[in-house]
Design a protein around this ligand. Structure first.
Ligand SMILES: Nc1ncnc2c1ncn2[C@@H]1O[C@H](COP(=O)(O)OP(=O)(O)O)[C@@H](O)[C@H]1O
Ligand SMILES: [Mg+2]
Length: 252
């Protein structure tokens, strides 16, 4: 079976240990959750897994082979895609072009890229957005387009960095259904980073919890809900993260 692994990954920024010997594995068809308070190192780990950040220790392995030294576009071509916390679409381009550009970057002809972009928007149920200028979209649609773009070229692994940020309850539910289909129907290995812990507990079989750059807990949703360490990590930041603490109270 294919796998994407962080193997004892550490990252230090001028003395700050953003990640300390973190292990994490993503496998096809499974949604793995990555949670933790602000500043825990979640985005840094995604950056390492996708070649945007070189680890200062450890390595990333795709199917057992190290990805070290590869540039982000080379990692992407090996089938590891991501979204960014801020969306990062080409704001002046139509939605369809945002996907097409990625397809061309992955080596498709323009015709193939357009065909795949159209098919992807249809699969996501947002074909009607194709001609809209990306920068004019409401936030939630922008998020969905960013996911569609990440799925171009049918990556084996897709890493979603806080895709539900700013979404209402119903919008987040719709997004949950889409993430489920990405794993179940496309067979992608998904890494889901979310501030909305309830969403992660509902979607993921396996959840990894980071705090101050280290894995403090991992396991199925029930184990995460029951964990004193997780509760404590979130309580420490209750002022800026009231939602996660509540989510942990939800009965299984
Ligand atoms: N490029 C960088 N330079 C210096 N410090 C950084 C950089 N990126 C992130 N950090 C720091 O590393 C820590 C982890 O950040 P991040 O991975 O963004 O956390 P999260 O995504 O869990 O909120 C934070 O303390 C953050 O300020
Ligand atoms: Mg982050």
């Amino acid at each position: 079976m294919r796998s994407l692994r962080a193997d004892s990954v550490s990252v230090a920024f001028a003395g700050l240990k953003a990640l300390s010997a973190v292990d994490l594995e993503i496998v096809p068809g499974r949604i793995t959750g990555l949670i933790g308070p602000n500043g825990a190192g979640k985005t840094t780990l995604v950056n390492v897994l996708t070649g945007f950040q070189a680890p200062t220790g450890g390595a990333v392995q795709l199917d057992g082979a190290s990805l070290s030294g590869l540039k982000p576009f080379q990692v992407r071509r090996r089938g590891i895609a991501r979204t960014f916390q801020g969306g990062r679409l080409f704001r002046d381009l139509p939605v369809i072009d945002n996907l097409e550009v990625t397809g061309v970057g992955l080596g498709l002809s323009r015709r193939q890229a357009v065909a795949e972009a159209e098919a992807m928007l249809r699969w996501m149920g947002i074909a009607d957005l194709g001609s809209r200028i990306a920068g004019t979209l409401p936030y939630t649609d922008e998020r969905r387009v960013a996911i569609g773009r990440a799925l171009m070229g049918r990556p084996a692994f897709v890493l979603l960095d806080e895709p539900a940020a700013g979404m209402s309850g119903p919008e987040a539910s719709e997004l949950s259904a889409l993430i489920r289909r990405i794993a179940a129907d496309l067979g992608c290995g998904v890494l889901l980073i979310e501030h909305n812990v309830g969403l992660v507990l509902g979607l993921c079989e396996h959840i990894v919890v980071l705090d101050s750059g280290a894995v403090i807990e991992e396991g199925p949703p029930a184990a995460i809900r029951a964990s004193e360490k997780v509760r404590h990590a979130y309580m420490g930041t209750a002022a800026d993260a009231p939602v996660p603490v509540e989510a942990l109270e939800i009965a299984p």
